[in-house]
Write a protein that binds this ligand. Structure first.
Ligand code: ADP
Ligand code: MG
Length: 259
């Protein structure tokens, strides 16, 4: 069976800036592929290619074994690839359930009598959230009143509900405290256990390691490799992320400055 997504030697250039070079990895159903790297590593560039926002210049991008070039986010979505961006496309003053449906609200009646089916909308949202183990007291409350972690959870439940095969999350835990990050990671694991292929972007190896099956390490647009979990330990992942020898040199320097 082919992977849900696969990139083979993918590269992307913006003018003279090489944002990504020769990157390869896979995303399988029921697995989490983590993309790790510091600022400017090329993480967002890679997910923009997967999400249909940008196109790769070199290499191959395959969706369920078929080489593709996605021309829009709509096309990605039609192929079951849902992306939750860091800033989340939510309308803060709109209720949780309206945000849940955004653009695909249930209606009742016909023609000129067609109207929003509020009850169905509320009930469906409540049920979908409950299925993921998310308990929101009131789905009428404005989404702006939710915490950052809760918003990520609603976005994950939304993708699952609308039948995504692949869920891409751009730094979902970056702005969160330890506890909220843990909650979001729990829903990442749930989406995985429901059979979705998840792409988790993060620069925190401690967030990636517990839920990840595969770790793609990027550094200044280059791949340091795509490792299966059994091929890399948390310590090694952390060391690679920290820049290994570079960090040790810095620590040495800082110690010197402090004495
Ligand atoms: N639209 C763009 N135009 C020009 N350069 C870009 C553009 N997007 C990203 N870059 C450059 O590509 C590199 C990788 O960026 P990005 O993928 O955003 O990294 P990350 O998400 O890991 O921080 C950076 O050097 C960045 O400045
Ligand atoms: Mg980024």
């Amino acid at each position: 069976m082919s992977s849900l997504l696969e990139v083979r030697g993918v590269g992307k250039q913006y003018g003279s800036v090489i944002a990504l070079r020769d990157v390869s990895t896979v995303v399988n159903a029921g697995e989490v592929t983590c993309v790790l790297g510091d600022n400017g590593a090329g993480k967002s560039t890679l997910i923009k290619i997967l999400a249909g926002l940008h196109q790769h210049d070199t290499g191959e991008f395959l969706v369920e074994g078929e080489p593709v070039r996605l021309s829009s986010p709509r096309e990605a979505l039609d192929r079951g690839i849902a992306t939750v961006y860091q800033d989340l496309a939510v309308v803060p003053l709109m209720s949780v359930w309206r945000n849940f449906f955004l653009g695909s609200e249930p209606t009742k009646g016909f023609g000129p009598f067609r109207m929003l089916d509020r009850r169905a909308g509320r009930d469906t949202t409540k049920r979908a959230l409950a299925e993921m183990g998310i308990d929101l007291r009131d789905v009428e409350q404005p989404v702006g009143t939710l915490s950052g972690g809760e918003r990520q959870c609603v976005a994950i439940a939304r993708a699952v509900h609308f039948g995504a095969k692949v869920l891409i999350l751009d730094e979902p835990t970056a702005a969160l405290g330890v506890k909220q990050a843990g909650v979001v990671l729990k829903y990442v694991a749930q989406a995985r256990d429901r059979g979705l292929g998840v792409v988790l972007i993060t620069h925190n190896p401690h967030h990636a390691y517990p839920v990840g099956n595969r770790f793609l390490l990027l550094k200044r647009g280059r791949s340091l490799g795509s490792f299966d979990k059994k091929g890399i330990s948390l310590e090694e992942l952390t060391r690679q992320m920290a820049g290994g020898a570079e960090l040790e040199a810095l620590q040495h320097e800082l110690r010197g400055a402090a004495s």
